[in-house]
Design a protein around this ligand. Structure first.
Ligand SMILES: Cc1ncc(COP(=O)(O)O)c(C=O)c1O
Length: 442
């Protein structure tokens, strides 16, 4: 084995990570020959499983055909075709797609696009952004400012723009202490009040994950929530940005998660699994009407990047969409996701420390609590979810962590497997989570 000099500034500074050697289908193997079931597709990215030959071939062929082409000098067939495929799957009127490398970048650009649309419509006073508490939109300063997960911002607060935030639709820990449906969706009504108080003439956009992912662990909102939000935005001429970086592309059983709610956002962002995790690829989609405002006024979206509209990444994205379509993987998520949810509920909800199991499709959250009756969380300093996650990893199961669900405290595991997971693997995974949690708390 080759000695590692150690010049990488790694993501984790607290441990030495195993060296990955091979990844195929549902599994990753390290250099010591240990196998891990990738039950979260990394960071909810590897939607079609590892080692897809058709994506590899598409990338190879594209490089040989033409590789890097600057997006202001040429357009390319893979980029044009990927935009068309996405437009065909998108809700009405979301017709124009702009490509980037990561989800943060797509959200950053969406925030800027909303502002530019207002300015070009003659609404120069509209610039403020409203987000939700306990949300995640990315690591760049704009998307970090938009998000409501305070612990991620602490070091950087002086660098960030002060944005406004409303409570998340988090029924297990309702910010208003209410219960759905008698709550009459106070969490949505809070947007109207926030806009009224701040002055509608100052608000540019509201940004939210269609289905919150990592921060409140796959908490699927009440059915009418997004419609109410969309109506409030519409009423105040506030643009609705839906972040589908994690929940889009079939993850919850619909290609666009907003289709669950019959809501069409002004701008939608995608990322993570857009190229199956093989290439860094993200996008925003925007309504044709807004695109036309830019086209007919300044004629340029004041945003650009060296690696936007990358033809090789787009070729990988197209190959990924072919796989989803040919293998009917989104329909599979819908069906198998119910099975995954049933098993998680059946085997985990009886445990004293499991407060809630929720989700949809292949995005499920297991919220861990100290006291089930009062829903009291464990203290963050105990690092409960980290402990459970490490034990599962040692046994060869990769899941995803969520923390800070109740103020700074709170723990949850997120289960978001590749769409190809087999019934037997689902069963094995659920039983491994159960036995690991039982051992951990005994
Ligand atoms: C909902 C959501 N938005 C945006 C991002 C940022 O994406 P990226 O890490 O690709 O920049 C993430 C990443 O986890 C996410 O979950």
């Amino acid at each position: 084995m080759i000695e590692i000099p150690g010049n990488v500034f790694p993501r984790r500074l607290d441990i030495l990570l195993p060296m990955a050697k091979k990844a195929q289908g549902m599994f990753i193997e390290d250099e010591n020959g240990r196998q891990y079931m990738d039950a979260s597709g990394g960071a909810v990215v590897v939607n079609a499983g590892h080692g897809r030959k058709s994506i590899a071939k598409a990338i190879y062929d594209q490089i040989l055909s033409h590789d890097y082409i600057h997006p202001t000098m040429f357009t390319t067939r893979p980029v044009e075709m990927l935009a068309t495929r996405l437009a065909q799957k998108a809700p009405d009127d979301i017709n124009r797609f702009y490509f980037f490398s990561g989800g943060s970048e797509a959200n950053e650009a969406a925030i800027k696009l909303a502002r530019q649309i207002h300015v070009e419509n003659g609404n120069e006073t509209k610039y403020r952004l409203i987000g939700r508490w306990k949300s995640y939109h990315g690591l760049t300063l704009g998307s970090l400012g938009a998000m409501g997960r305070t612990s991620f911002k602490t070091y950087f607060t002086p660098l960030l723009k002060e944005n406004l935030h409303i409570p998340a639709p988090y029924c297990y820990r309702c910010a208003f202490g209410l219960t759905y449906p008698s709550c009459k969706l106070q969490c949505a009504m809070a947007l109207d009040e926030m806009i009224e108080n701040a002055g509608p003439e100052t608000i540019s956009a509201f940004i939210a994950e269609t289905v919150p992912g990592a921060t409140i662990a796959a908490c699927f909102p009440p059915k009418e929530y997004l419609k109410a939000i969309a109506q409030i935005c519409d009423h105040h001429n506030v643009l609705l940005i839906l972040d589908e970086v994690m929940c889009g592309l079939g993850r919850t059983g619909e290609f666009f998660a907003c289709n669950h709610f019959d809501v069409v956002p002004d701008i939608v962002t995608l990322g993570k699994g857009l190229a199956g995790g093989v290439m860094a690829l993200s996008a925003f989609g925007v309504k044709e009407t807004h695109f036309n405002v830019i086209k007919e006024n300044s004629g340029v979206f004041m945003h650009g990047g060296t690696f936007s509209h990358h033809s090789v990444a787009a070729a990988a994205g197209l190959a990924l969409i072919d796989i989803l379509d040919q293998e009917k993987l989104v329909q599979r998520v819908k069906i198998k996701g119910e099975r995954l949810g049933e098993l998680l509920k059946k085997h985990l909800l009886p445990l004293a420390q499991v407060g809630d199991v929720r989700g949809k499709g292949f995005m499920w959250g297991i919220e861990i609590v100290k006291d089930k009756k009062t829903r009291m969380p464990f203290k963050r300093s105990l690092k409960i979810v980290e402990g459970i996650w490490e034990s599962l990893f040692e046994k060869g199961y990769i899941t995803y962590k969520s923390s800070g669900l109740a103020g700074v405290n709170g723990d949850a595991l997120v289960i978001a497997p590749p769409f190809i997971i087999e019934d037997e693997q689902i069963q094995r995974l659920v039983m491994a989570i159960k036995s690991t949690m039982v051992e951990f708390f005994n």
